[in-house]
Ligand binder design. Structure first.
Ligand code: ATP
Ligand code: MG
Ligand code: MG
Length: 145
């Protein structure tokens, strides 16, 4: 089984699917622990990609996804109430793509589960956060679509 899964949760339908998929793995004894991470984005509008080797575009729309962090935390708690012993909820302030990759590596997660898209208004196959995490993460990524 996976030792520790990081679920990147933005409150979107895809984020909910990602969390459900991780809980499903636990139900099937294929995962031991879950960190559910929500990042409250700090930047506004365009943010340059600083990481070398990344092929991602520079724009991001997290700034328009003004979620109430407390409401998101409550939502996560409600969804994961039957899994309290194995779920840790983590809230961080920063750049979502960077925090997701950093937390997964710092906490020695062996899988990241996230959605293909999120709350962003622009319709594309893959959102900017999932694209960037796929490009930059050393940890394997499961993208729910
Ligand atoms: P964009 O943000 O590029 O306009 P989008 O919102 O449709 O497009 P992403 O933001 O890439 O797409 O979202 C894809 C997945 O990334 C989400 O389903 C979620 O798993 C994760 N994610 C996005 N934003 C956050 C966040 N602030 N905190 C935690 N996870 C996030
Ligand atoms: Mg985004
Ligand atoms: Mg988004």
């Amino acid at each position: 089984p996976y030792h520790k899964i990081l679920v990147a949760y933005d409150g979107s339908e895809h984020g909910k699917q990602a969390l459900a998929a991780a809980l499903d793995l636990v139900d099937h004894d294929m995962a031991n622990r879950i960190i559910v991470l929500h990042v409250v984005a700090t930047h506004r509008g365009v943010e340059p990609m600083l990481e070398a080797g990344s092929m991602m575009a520079a724009s991001d729309t997290e700034a328009f996804e003004d979620n109430d962090a407390a409401a998101v935390a409550q939502e996560i708690a409600a969804i994961t109430k039957d899994f309290k012993d194995i779920v840790e909820v983590m809230m961080r302030v920063g750049t979502p793509r960077r925090e997701i990759v950093h937390v997964a590596e710092a906490h020695e997660c062996d899988l990241i589960v996230m959605g293909s898209r999120g709350l962003g208004a622009v319709m594309s196959m893959l959102g900017s956060v999932s694209s960037a995490v796929l490009a930059e993460s050393e940890v394997p990524v499961l993208v729910m679509r």
